[in-house]
Design a protein around this ligand. Structure first.
Ligand code: NAD
Length: 304
């Protein structure tokens, strides 16, 4: 079975460099028409240039593919609306959106300015939300959509000096969980990527011998599967150096205290029991948790 994107139209944000460039080239190589979005910013989000996006478009065209550049700032509603309108004018549909654009403003929380925190949230969370929101009605109308949100191990697991980045990246999981539920009936599938790759973002953070194994191209095959026709939904894919893994949030069965023993001391005493992973499950939606607790409470009171 070969995965192809003939007839599909994709937007890849931040595709002038690094991971986005690799995803855009990968999609085009397998038949997609690709909008190469990039603001042309420095790693900290400052500056602007259309050169990087245009260079990737030239690469795609030279290989026989179809692409166009757009320099929208993903966090600008107006510029994203223009990108979506131009895509629709040119190609009439949007099947795939890979939210990849990103910046870094690393500082320890004690030294961090709130403006830097806001900027990071704006590009990652509001940028992904703005682009997805603009494509959403088109995907619903088509009855087809594949969306990727780019998170990070910093958001899933934490990383020193990245409070804003970690918060924004963890928010991708929350956004995915809800969009997965809301998109399902219109065949819109939403997944999250947590990559680790050698790009300008990591060149000063990871030793050269490790970087040599971590080209962005080692991740793109996973992304192509996520946005393919038979791809999954609500999948958090960790990827790097050719490794692919699934991250999930599980909840333990937990313990139930009745009114007679409901106290902070009883909660403390139950630490091991509530941490016991035996029988843990990935809950399918928010009310599954409510139903579970109500059922447990009723059982503990002998009501069911
Ligand atoms: P990169 O700096 O090489 O590429 C990011 C691109 O996004 C740049 O070309 C930049 O111009 C563009 N961009 C920045 N702000 C933009 C905006 N407002 N609008 C449009 N484009 C904008 O970085 P990368 O390593 O390829 O990162 C890609 C994504 O992967 C980011 O979301 C990043 O946070 C995430 N990520 C990367 C790693 C890694 O190891 N490289 C790890 C975890 C997550």
């Amino acid at each position: 079975m070969s995965i192809r994107f003939d007839g599909r139209v994709a937007i890849v944000t931040g595709a002038g460099a690094g991971l986005g460039r690799s995803h855009a080239l990968g999609l085009a190589e397998r038949g997609a028409r690709v909008v190469v979005n990039d603001l042309g910013a420095a790693t900290d989000g400052t500056g602007r240039s259309s050169d990087a996006a245009q260079a990737v478009v030239e690469e795609i065209r030279a290989a026989g593919g179809e692409a166009m550049a757009h320099g929208a700032d993903v966090a600008s509603e107006e510029q994203v609306a223009d990108m979506v309108a131009r895509t629709m004018d040119a190609w009439g549909r949007i099947d795939i959106l890979i939210n990849n654009a990103g910046i870094l403003r690393d500082k320890t929380f004690a030294k961090m300015a709130l403006d830097d925190f806001r900027k990071v949230i704006e590009v990652h969370l509001m940028g992904s939300t703005t682009c997805t929101h603009a494509c959403w009605p088109i995907m619903r109308e088509q009855g087809y959509g594949r969306v990727v949100l780019t998170a990070s191990s910093s958001g899933l697991y934490g990383n020193f000096g990245q409070a804003g980045y970690g918060a924004a990246k963890a928010a991708m999981v929350g956004l995915m969980n809800v969009l997965h539920l809301e998109g399902a009936r219109d065949n819109i599938r939403v997944n999250t990527l947590a990559p680790t790759a050698a790009t300008r973002m990591t060149e000063d953070l990871i030793p050269p011998d490790a970087l040599a194994l971590m080209a962005p191209e080692k991740i793109t095959p996973g992304v192509l599967w996520l946005v393919s026709e038979d791809g999954p939904s609500r999948f958090i894919m960790g990827a790097g150096a050719g490794c692919f893994a699934r991250a999930r949030i599980f909840e333990t069965p937990g313990i139930t205290l009745t009114d007679d023993d409901l106290s902070p001391e009883a909660v403390a005493a139950a630490f091991d029991a509530m941490s016991d992973t035996e029988g843990q499950e990935a809950l399918v939606d928010a009310f599954s948790q409510t139903r579970k607790y109500v059922a447990n409470a009723a059982r503990a009171r002998g009501l069911s």
